[in-house]
Each structure stands twice: as C-alpha cells, then as structure tokens.
Design a protein around this ligand. Sequence first.
Ligand SMILES: NC(=O)c1ccc[n+]([C@@H]2O[C@H](COP(=O)([O-])OP(=O)(O)OC[C@H]3O[C@@H](n4cnc5c(N)ncnc54)[C@H](OP(=O)(O)O)[C@@H]3O)[C@@H](O)[C@H]2O)c1
Length: 290
Amino acid sequence: MKLVVLGAGGRLGAALIREFRPKHEVVGFNHAQLDLSNLESVREELSATTFDVLVNAAAFTNVDACETERDRAFRINAEAPGVLAEICNEKDAKLIHFSTDYVFDGQKRAPYTEDDQANPISAYGESKLAGERNVLAAGDEHLVVRVSWVFGPDRPSFVDAMIKRAQQDEKIDAISDKFSTPTYTHDIANMLPQFFDRGVAGGVLHFANAGECTWQEYAQWALDCCRDAGISLKARTVGTLKLSDMTNWVARRPVYSVLSSAKYAQLTGTPPRTWRQAVADYITRSYSKK
Ligand SMILES: NC(=O)c1ccc[n+]([C@@H]2O[C@H](COP(=O)([O-])OP(=O)(O)OC[C@H]3O[C@@H](n4cnc5c(N)ncnc54)[C@H](OP(=O)(O)O)[C@@H]3O)[C@@H](O)[C@H]2O)c1
C-alpha cells in the first residue's frame, strides 16, 4: 500500500506516519509542504504523487480561532477535504478523512452513534461537518473517522499539560462538567489499516477509546498512573473547575460528546480498549523513561 498522510506535523498525522512506516510506503506532507488553503497547489502536488490511500489528518484545529477566522476554517476544514476526495476519485484511491465529536451539540446523555443527527454549535464544528459532507458527496467509498480528545507523544495535549502542571504546582484543577473520551493516537494508528481497502466500509465511523470521563477524571487518572510509575509530582489530586469558569473561551463547546464505537466493534470484531488502559499505556511508554 502506498499512503500519503497530510498533517505530518500534527499530533495525529505524525503518529500515523511513524507507526505506518515499518509496514507501508508512506509520504507525509506537513503544513509548510502542502497548504490546504491553497487548493491550486494541493491539486498540483497531489496529482503528481502516486498513492492508494490519502489520509487527511490536517485541519484548522484551534476551536476559538475558527470563530474569528470562519473563512479560513471553512477553506481548510470544509472545502479542501472535498477537493482531496475528488483527487482520490481521479486516482481510484481512498480518502480517509478525520473529523470530530464537535459536530454534535452535546445535548445527548448517551454515546453518539453515526446515525445521530449532527448539530454543531461552533464554527469549528460547522466547518468540520461541512468537510465530512463534501468528502462523502464526492464518493461514498471514502471514510470519515470521527475521533475525540486525541492524545499522543507527537504533540502535547491536555494530558501532557496537566502532568506538567502537576510537576510544577501543588494545586491543579480541571473541568468536571464536560464529558467525552480520550483517544490514543497509537490506537488510531492500529485500527486504521483495516480500512485502507477502497471496498471496505465507506461513510462515517466513530472511533474512541472505550468509556467516558470528564477532564477532571482524565487528569486524575493521569496523575494516578504517574504515581504508580514512580514519576514525581507535586500535585496528587485534581480539583474541580466548572465550564462556566472558562470565561476566556470564545467558541461554545458540547458538554457531552462521547462517541459510540459500537459500529467499529461490530465491523472489526474488536472493541477499542478503555481510555484508562490507553492513558496508562501512554504514560508508561512516554513518561516512565524520562
Ligand atoms: N486533538 C483533538 O483532541 C481532536 C479531537 C477531535 C478530532 N480531531 C481531529 O483529528 C485530526 C487531527 O488533529 P490533531 O489532534 O492531530 O491536531 P493538530 O495537532 O492541530 O494537527 C493538525 C495539523 O494540521 C496542520 N494544518 C493546519 N492548517 C493547515 C493548512 N492550511 N494546510 C495544511 N496543514 C494545516 C497543522 O499545522 P500547523 O500546526 O503548522 O498549523 C497541524 O500540523 C483533525 O481532523 C482534528 O479535527 C482532533
């Protein structure tokens, strides 16, 4: 399989390239090498490249900045994925495009399935939903993978910020009234190859580690894992913050955006491991050696 991965400098894209390289021929493009807001150069560059699968892990992911830069958000997150799908059609290649739990409004209190109505409440979510629709309008053999709370070693995320704060301060806190599921880039890299074949599972697919939690529970578990791994921290417990305390946020965010991976489990026969197992594994791999 010859793969092209966009977003090579990002948390997910970098992980996918690192994990796919031993088994596949992989070409990665980072932001500087391929700017998704310049559709002409995207067409030119990718038309000259041969591949069977194009993985798009590039996106304008700053949720607050998307509110103030709507045009840019729609160009990168909506228009560009549609063009990528058209390029794939010309090459008989499959597009695997990443999307987000933020396409939902968060009103539900049970995991969102692929059949649930998307109803974004932010410009980021709107632009990502428009991107999904553009991809699938170009061809229903393409795959849109919605993920949530992505973490991994290639770019710091919430969990790394909390561990760093716990190393520096005795008192730390995190939001305790917003729910989703942390998802490890390593697990995404393991699940994805099952879908490389153009004939396998097009449409929308949810993938997250199993279970659900608040940011406070997520951070507390990370600290507990660090303690078990002998990593010295100043803070032992994570205090609670409320969503209403986040007065500096520009964009609205869904309160509940847990993704159901039931369809994935049914398609593959293998449910994802729990988020607690995934976070524990990450801390062992990435922090224990430091
Ligand atoms: N992180 C999460 O918690 C999360 C949750 C749900 C869904 N997702 C989705 O998962 C995917 C991967 O996200 P991630 O966590 O890896 O985010 P990330 O670390 O922010 O990576 C996104 C990458 O896209 C690049 N990029 C931004 N604008 C671009 C442009 N115009 N042209 C080309 N590249 C551009 C960024 O480069 P620069 O840094 O140089 O701008 C960055 O390397 C995205 O589709 C995102 O929507 C992520």
